[in-house]
Design a protein around this ligand. Structure first.
Ligand code: TTP
Length: 204
């Protein structure tokens, strides 16, 4: 299955996971990471609004110089007990994050923004992730691997961080940083992507 884009597309993200996920769709795009300031206020525990506003900020910075391209940006956070857990800034912080998630359920929110000139389309998705009860040795070994440091909440479900997880409720790829299924639905609905081919021919 392949998609073609109807406009030039820029992925405004430095996340290798988002790039790989978009590449699976087969359309051409460029990568131009955004240097937007990620410090914004949470309002009324509206986590969907929070990640959407962050994604908008990332997209707008790149769109300023790329007005004729569709700019795609995203932001992923972990939310536990009403608190936002972004990427840990130290290994000690990663250990703290993971210790508090052990045996409990947290949410992962990803917000996506599609900016095309003056047109802004945003949406977000929540996935619930339950961690197993974890022993100190496993947490320490995982943090020592360095894997948590570039990931929201300090783990990657797609890497050995999977060993911490008991179950999930929702879209797996939303946890990885891009809810691909919803993304394609919105891109098709808004006229930015079309399925290439898609009609079976009968040669008999
Ligand atoms: C929870 C979780 C997060 N992540 C990643 C997705 C995001 O890349 C990252 C959250 O940080 P983000 O700020 O959303 O993204 P980023 O800094 O990697 O890239 P950019 O801002 O340029 O788009 O955490 C995983 O890869 N696996 C996981 O299981």
């Amino acid at each position: 299955m392949k998609f073609v884009s109807n406009v030039p597309i820029i992925l405004a993200s430095g996340s290798p996971r988002r790039k790989e996920l978009l590449q699976t769709l087969g359309f051409h795009f460029e990568v131009l990471p955004s240097n937007a300031d990620e410090a914004i206020d949470l309002i009324d525990e509206d986590f969907n609004g929070y990640v959407e506003r962050l994604a908008q900020r990332k997209a707008k910075v790149v769109s300023e110089t790329e007005k004729h391209s569709l700019v795609i940006a995203a932001d992923t956070i972990v939310v536990f007990n009403g608190n936002v857990y972004p990427k840990p800034s130290t290994a000690e912080e990663a250990v703290k994050f993971l210790t508090s998630f052990a045996g409990k359920t947290h949410s992962v929110f990803t917000g996506i923004c599609l900016q095309y000139g003056e047109r802004t389309i945003s949406f977000s998705e929540e996935t619930k992730v339950t961690f197993k009860p974890l022993d100190e040795q496993l947490i320490k070994a995982y943090v020592d691997s360095g894997d948590p440091m570039d990931k929201a909440g300090g783990y990657g479900i797609q890497t050995t961080g999977a060993l911490l997880v008991e179950k999930i409720d929702g879209d797996y790829l939303n946890v990885v940083g891009l809810p691909l299924s919803k993304f394609v639905d919105v891109m098709r609905k808004e006229g930015f992507l079309e399925l290439k081919g898609g009609v079976f021919t009968d040669d008999c």
